[in-house]
Design a protein around this ligand. Structure first.
Ligand SMILES: C[S@@+](CC[C@H](N)C(=O)[O-])C[C@H]1O[C@@H](n2cnc3c(N)ncnc32)[C@H](O)[C@@H]1O
Length: 307
């Protein structure tokens, strides 16, 4: 597949905005460039391929979806694995024209929220309901949705209902805790700013602190059979101890860390903290997340099958 070349962009002051509790950056060239760099770093971290599901074993795949597809990079990769399938990239934001221009004819793009499949309001949700029609999908992929999806029970109910018998779901996501390289020694339990983030997420935002490790139980509750659960270290600082995550550490330092002060301000906004505390937490956060080589979040890849 051809590489997607985005406009060269430099980092500037950009604000997160909130859509139904999702924290998203403006869907511009800077964000698209960041998401593509992140996707490449994730692929290296998990072993060189973007997907861990046994896709080669899947026969007769007619329909697949990339949920929260972002720039659509994984959608195109799914389409190249299943050139004869109907492949949907869907997201609450439109995919960039540069991706659309590269897409083969078996790819369709839809702007929509997966949670609206079960919405009871009077809006027209036909497009997402068609993608997630009961029993119609053979492969559902979702990656890095932890700042967006605010109702995981409903998310995986939609997944469970819409998979065809034998179909697979692959979910790749992060937990909010931070650990020492190659250990389960949690560093973030001692960080004051981090306690506030955990509390904010457990509050009314509906976001989960365990979007990665929590997927397994939601999938089981939705009637799916777990195929595999694999954990990887999503490094915030590169470390020789975790060579597959060195690219991730470099990406985080260069392109993700500059967003953390603003993300923190957004996440903690409703706690009514004094300005001085918020500013201190922003500084502590940047310091702690770069405090030692290999400091990481656990990245979980969970794969399940519809019986
Ligand atoms: C961090 S980006 C990841 C993009 C892509 N999955 C990837 O790994 O490159 C998260 C994306 O999920 C989308 N998103 C968040 N909540 C969503 C929802 N409920 N339904 C559809 N898309 C959603 C956001 O708009 C954003 O593009």
């Amino acid at each position: 597949m051809s590489a997607i070349v985005r406009n060269h962009v430099s980092s500037t002051e950009r604000k997160y905005h909130e859509t139904d509790s999702a924290y998203v950056l403006p869907n511009d060239a800077i964000e698209q460039d960041r998401l593509d760099a992140q996707a490449a770093a994730i692929t290296e971290m998990i072993g060189g391929q973007p997907f861990r599901a046994p896709l080669g074993d899947q026969k007769d795949v007619a329909k697949a979806v990339d949920v929260g597809c972002g720039t659509g990079i994984a959608t195109l990769q799914i389409a190249s694995v299943f050139p004869n399938a109907q492949v949907h990239g869907m997201d609450i934001s439109p995919v960039p024209a540069s991706t659309k221009s590269l897409a083969p004819t078996n790819v369709s793009w839809t702007v929509g929220n997966i949670l609206n499949v079960k919405a009871t309001d009077k809006e027209d949700h036909t497009a997402v309901r068609e993608i997630f029609a009961p029993g119609s999908l053979n492969y559902i992929f979702g990656r890095m949705l932890f700042l967006g999806v605010n109702d995981w029970k409903t998310y995986f109910e939609v997944v469970g209902d819409s998979l065809h018998s034998g179909g697979l779901v692959e979910h790749q996501d992060l937990d909010w805790k931070f650990y020492r390289a190659q250990t389960d020694e949690c560093l973030s339990d001692k960080w004051e700013w981090h306690k506030h983030v955990m509390e904010a997420n457990s509050g009314k935002s509906g976001l989960s602190n365990f979007a990665g490790s929590g997927a397994e139980s939601h999938m089981k509750a939705a009637g799916l059979e777990i195929v595999s659960v694999q954990r990887f270290e999503f490094s915030f600082m590169p470390s020789d101890k975790t060579p597959n995550s060195i690219r991730m550490g470099n990406y985080v330092q260069e392109k993700l860390m500059p967003h953390y002060p603003e993300l923190l301000r957004k996440m903690l906004g409703e706690q009514g903290l004094p300005q001085a505390d918020l500013e201190r937490f922003q500084k502590d956060c940047v310091r702690d997340l770069s405090s030692e080589p290999g400091v990481h979040q656990k990245y979980t890849v969970t794969i399940a099958r519809k019986p």
